[in-house]
Design a protein around this ligand. Structure first.
Ligand code: MGD
Ligand code: MGD
Ligand code: SF4
Ligand code: MO
Length: 750
């Protein structure tokens, strides 16, 4: 009998009924719904097959590449016929794919052939349209503008961001640093800036869960079957089969909750209170690992005193979870320790959703220390991390020293934010204030993905120069002064990447198909030519092959990596540390339960409860607008992939979820058209009513509400949740605060 059933009662109304799925029947079921939930094996596309009618005898070329459909960058084999894509398959050696790609990885492989591709450089004209221009003109004009901005405002007024992919990250960062600017950003502020900043401060860096040996794991706002990575989805299924006790804390019964023993339907935004309540139980019932704490931490006495007030009864009031249940969750987790931990999560509740997300992640990292699970089999561990070879002068000219008074924009305001990510969302504030004059966005869609769309458009309008390097006319590309067309990922070769863990690999994206549009250029060429035009060409006097050679130099099997695109490195070197060997990744190797470092970010030396910025007033019919991934889509970038959008249409996946009892109170039925209103916007969308959602929120799949008229496949489907999210970055870390949004709903049509 599934423990999940016990979780289906909400403390404040909304009751779930009729669900009698056992874990085993789910595992069978999940295989049937594999397209949506997890992974598929090789798929070939009929439209490609049609295009290849004459190519049945053509020679098949197989190249190793990496999927670009999401940040996992799974290893992938590209099969081509006559230089055109035939099919893709998961790379066996890659730790994330292990021979299998997820469904969207397959569908996304067609992106190069979609009709929204940018085929030549574009310049925005006075009517707001675009004129095609030559590469030479684009470089010349961008270069002149950059030089003018450098002369007038200095390098600190220029920023660059990218969704960290191997070449994108390497070239974008080198380009901006060569200009003398420290303003390099990833998409972290709209993804995992809050949690990764906290983990850096508490642990010295993110640990990984040893799911293969775990006896108990709690997931807070993380779904391996929605926010998919093939290897994680498979390991979770195996862990469930093995009898690992799985707890999922999510206001929504997400796609992996079927695999759980326990679903804790928490009031959104209150996870910090749950963790504090569970920590209180471990401390007061002496269920913590005293030896681990004595050997590897300090400040425990202060922590103990600080945590005393956060009783399960207190936490119950805030989270809506019964006090007894909170006690039992803590006791259950302790009973399996140290092969027991809370998974570090990724985005949702802890990554960038709330003003208290960073504090939630801090409490989570400390909780796992109470269980003594760090460095332990079945707990949390740090894998091996292969080091790429250095890029040395003279081939790779040493970059100019960045003026030491010039700090990454936002780092003074948000000193807790991880510098390697920074807050790309806050760049919009920089543009509004006139501090930032130029932005280069590579493989990023800041206008749609890093904050409220209209606020971002307003802010980016203030820039003197906005350059988007993209493959399709994204919401950012249509606002840019210049759009530079990249080749798509299967069409290009990239610099190496490392994947750490127990069995690390080094991989290298090789070119899998011929370039589709002749006037597009690969990322390495674009940056080298741009650099030349901006007067910093001397830092880019090398080819992508030179980078590959230098970075692979330390690996004895470098030739294998170069030709096959992937190889294992550091084989057989991983082992769990003994208690004497174990050290946290912090500077002094220990974890500090209490730490002054937090004070500079406006948080206490000790952990304490802080609420989210806003809470819905249910008496006034308010809901929190929350969201999450769907297995077949990626952020804002799959909206023009017909194969994937068709699945959305076939299954009505763009609908917004509303709790069924709440819906009934409001006279709303499944499938009705509803209006979602907030002080910022009014949007209409069809709804899916379900008992699988906490009554205080509505849940929106985050991939819809396209605003670029060029991304036709997805036009008119669903809503963009940030239309209702005020643009105000978190005061502690500069993260987006994507779910600090309150809305009301009403039926507007059947
Ligand atoms: N399909 C798909 N998979 C992806 C990606 C993708 O774009 N698409 N991208 C990759 C990337 S970059 C990321 S960041 C990860 C994201 O992976 P996840 O972090 O797992 O993704 P989400 O779906 O955003 O959130 C997970 C769950 O959090 C729940 N949630 C929302 N608010 C709260 C809350 O206040 N408390 C709690 N406890 N739960 C809450 C949501 O209902 C959702 O089910 O996925 C990776 N994999
Ligand atoms: N609305 C919305 N916002 C989100 C999310 C969401 O799901 N919905 N997810 C959040 C999360 S978890 C994350 S990690 C971030 C991700 O935010 P981003 O890093 O901005 O990722 P995407 O939104 O996928 O946009 C990627 C952009 O890169 C372009 N692109 C794709 N392939 C290539 C290529 O090969 N070369 C170049 N030059 N460009 C390419 C796409 O066309 C698209 O415009 O967004 C966050 N914000
Ligand atoms: S998880 Fe799926 S979409 Fe993401 S890189 Fe892997 S195969 Fe591609
Ligand atoms: Mo993300």
């Amino acid at each position: 009998m599934s423990r999940v059933l016990e979780a289906l009662t909400f403390k404040n109304g909304g009751k779930m009924s009729g669900l009698t799925t056992s874990r085993r029947s789910f595992l069978a079921m999940s295989a049937a719904t594999a397209t949506l939930a997890a992974t598929t094996s090789t798929v070939s596309f009929s439209n490609w097959a049609e295009a290849q009618e004459d190519t049945n005898d053509a020679e098949v070329k197989i190249s190793s590449s990496t999927c670009n459909a999401c940040s996992n960058k799974c290893g992938m084999l590209v099969y081509s016929k006559n230089g055109r894509l035939w099919k893709v398959k998961g790379e066996e050696l890659h730790p994330y794919s292990k021979g299998t790609l997820c469904a969207r990885g397959h569908g996304y492989a067609t992106i190069g052939y979609t009709d929204g591709r940018i085929t030549e450089p574009l310049k925005r004209n006075e009517e707001g349209g675009y004129d095609p221009i030559s590469w030479e003109q684009a470089y010349q004009e961008i270069g002149d503008k950059v030089k003018e901005i450098l002369a007038k405002h200095g390098p600190g007024a220029i920023a660059a961001m990218n969704d960290p992919r191997p070449s994108g990250q390497f070239y974008t960062k080198r380009f901006i640093n060569a200009l003398g600017s420290p303003n390099y950003y990833t998409h972290g502020s709209s993804c995992n800036l809050s949690c990764n900043s906290a983990y850096k401060l508490v642990l010295g860096g993110n640990s990984a869960i040893d799911l293969a040996n775990a006896r108990c794991v709690m997931f807070i706002g993380r779904s391996y079957a929605d926010g998919v990575r093939p290897s994680s989805a498979n390991s979770l299924a195996q862990a469930a089969e093995r009898g690992c006790h799985i707890i999922t804390v999510d206001p929504r019964f997400n796609a992996m909750a079927h695999m759980a023993d326990d679903w804790v339907a928490i009031r959104p935004g209150t996870d910090l209170a749950l963790i504090l309540g569970m920590s209180n139980v471990l401390v007061r019932e002496n269920l913590y690992d005293a030896d681990f704490i004595a050997n590897h931490t300090d400040g425990f006495e202060e922590y103990e005193a600080a945590i005393r007030q956060y009783t399960p009864e207190w936490a119950s009031e805030i989270t809506g979870i019964e006090a007894e249940r909170i006690e039992n969750l803590a006791r259950t987790m302790a009973s399996y320790a140290p092969a027991s931990s809370i998974e570090l999560s990724w985005r949702a509740a802890i990554g960038c959703a709330y003003e208290n997300s960073i504090q939630t992640a801090r409490a989570l990292a400390l909780f796992n220390a109470l269980l003594g699970s760090y460095g332990k089999k079945g707990g949390q561990f740090w894998g091996l991390s292969p080091k790429l070879g250095p890029l040395e002068a003279p081939k790779f000219a040493e970059l100019p020293k960045i003026d030491e008074n010039l700090k990454q924009y936002g780092s003074k305001e948000f000193p807790l934010a991880l510098k390697s990510m920074g807050s790309a969302s806050n760049i919009a504030n920089g543009a509004l204030k006139g501090d930032i004059k130029a932005v280069f966005a590579y493989n990023s869609n800041p206008i749609m993905a890093y904050g409220n769309h209209d606020a971002m458009v307003e802010a980016y309008k203030n820039l003197d120069l906005f350059v988007s390097i993209d493959i399709q006319m994204s919401e950012s590309a249509i606002q840019a002064d210049y759009v530079l067309p990249d080749t798509s990922y299967i069409e290009r070769k990239e610099v190496p990447a490392t994947v750490g863990g127990k069995s690390p690999v080094v991989d290298c994206r090789l070119q899998g198909i011929d370039v589709i549009h002749p006037n597009t250029r690969p990322v390495d060429q674009i940056y080298a030519e741009l650099a030349e035009a901006c007067g910093i060409g001397q830092y880019f006097n090398f080819t992508v092959d030179d980078v590959i050679d230098a970075q692979l130099a330390p690996f004895p099997n470098r030739e294998e990596i170069k030709t096959k695109g992937i190889a294992k490195v550091m084989e057989g070197q991983f082992k769990f540390p003994s208690d004497e060997e174990f050290k946290f990744k912090t500077e002094d190797g220990i974890l500090h339960f209490a730490d002054d470092v937090w004070i500079k970010g406006g948080l206490g030396r000790n952990i304490e409860w802080i609420p989210p910025r806003v809470m819905p007033d249910t008496a006034k019919g308010e809901f929190r607008l929350i969201g999450g991934k769907q297995a077949i889509h990626t952020h804002t970038s799959t909206t023009n992939v017909p194969l994937l959008i068709q699945i959305t249409k076939d299954y009505d996946l763009e609908r917004v979820w509303v709790n069924k009892s709440k819906a009934q109170e409001l006279g709303i039925e499944d499938g009705d058209l509803i209006e979602i209103s907030s002080p910022l916007a009014s949007t209409q969308v069809r709804c899916h009513t379900t008992e699988r959602l906490h009554p205080e929120c509505i849940w929106n799949p985050t991939h819809y509400g396209v605003k670029s008229p060029f991304l036709k496949a997805g036009t008119g489907l669903g809503i963009a949740a940030y239309d209702h999210t005020p643009f105000e970055v978190g005061k502690h870390d500069g993260a987006l605060c994507s779910q600090e949004a309150i809305v009301t709903i009403k039926k507007v049509g059947a």
